[in-house]
Design a protein around this ligand. Structure first.
Ligand code: NCD
Length: 306
């Protein structure tokens, strides 16, 4: 049985297969409409979410399956002190596959050790968010036509942003990838990511503080929200929260074919006026997220649609 804890649980070939399947789902949704009939997806969300929970649920419903679950720690027995390992033992009796989000790094890993159904990590603390990465890769490959030879700017909260950590892990396996890490000093990419991932794979990168400096050279700009819930004090958050604001004026500095991605939710870091720029891809990204989660569910359940 397979779980998805990190993008590295999939080889590049397996990843390509999932993206190809997602493309086929986009083209022929009717072919897949009954593929998961009789199957259930449980969403176990101990942390707030809009897109990730709803898109896993939409994905299962689009496949003809059904969904059950909880959307906050207060609405399940965690509030009575039940452990993740006990909860997953129960859920294994109710569902065929589950997606778990948890504020503690590693919680979904604990779950998969006690689970008899596939577990998808839907975000664990500041650590990983592999299904967002599948979404990001499908968006980039569909709109840019490739996953290699790209200069990618990652901007904002690179310290706590789990989507950034997962995306870097996945992209360093492709050739010709370069990163520009755009962040304030306090929110730099953690040392273990720079040393154990970027440097270990000889991936060129530079760190800059000013977004304007990076914009003209990028193929992709990946914006992120400052992760308020991971700050130890409110004051630091308030100081950091509006550090970057991408607006129409700054977009003038960027290439005509640069794409702007964002895992969402956006707070202030992208001005609403940018939404009408054809380079803004963050709402398309949401749609790709459903296709790729459909492909992932089929893959983990080993359902082959002819
Ligand atoms: C991200 C997350 O939860 O890490 N959201 C999402 O899943 N699309 C990003 C964020 O919350 O900033």
């Amino acid at each position: 049985m397979r779980h998805l804890m990190s993008p590295l649980d999939l080889t590049v070939e397996e990843l390509d297969n999932i993206l190809n399947l997602a493309n086929d789902i986009e083209l022929h949704p009717e072919k897949y409409a009954h593929a998961c009939e009789g199957k259930k997806l449980a969403t176990l969300f101990y942390e707030p979410s809009t897109r990730t929970r709803l898109s896993h649920e939409a994905a299962m419903l689009n496949l003809g399956g059904s969904v059950l679950g909880f959307s906050s720690a207060d609405s399940c027995s965690a509030s009575k002190g039940e452990s993740v390992s006990d909860t997953i033992r129960m859920v294994s009796c109710y569902a065929d596959i589950c997606a778990m989000r948890h504020p503690k790094e590693g919680a979904p890993m604990v779950a998969c050790r006690h689970s008899s159904i596939p577990v998808i990590n839907a975000g664990d603390g500041g650590h990983q968010h592999p299904t967002q990465t599948l979404t990001d890769l499908l968006t980039i490959r569909s709109l840019k036509g490739r996953l290699d030879n790209l200069k990618i700017g990652l901007c904002g909260d690179l310290k706590f942003g789990r989507t950034v950590h997962s995306l870097i892990h996945a992209l360093v396996r492709y050739t010709g990838i370069e990163f520009v890490l755009i962040s304030p000093e306090e929110l730099r990419l953690p040392g273990y990511m720079r040393e154990d991932v970027l440097e270990k794979h000889n991936v060129p990168y530079k760190e800059v503080v000013r977004m304007e400096e990076a914009l003209p050279e990028l193929d992709i700009l990946y914006m992120t929200r400052v992760q308020k819930e991971r700050f130890f004090n409110e004051e630091d958050y308030v100081r950091m929260k509006d550090f970057y604001i991408l607006d129409a004026k700054k977009m003038e500095l960027a290439n005509e074919d640069m794409l702007v991605l964002h895992p969402l939710p956006r707070v202030n870091e992208i001005a609403v006026e940018v939404d009408k720029d054809p380079r803004a891809a963050y709402f398309k990204q949401v749609q790709y997220g459903v296709y790729v989660r459909m492909a992932l569910i089929l893959t983990l359940l080993e359902i082959d649609v002819k």
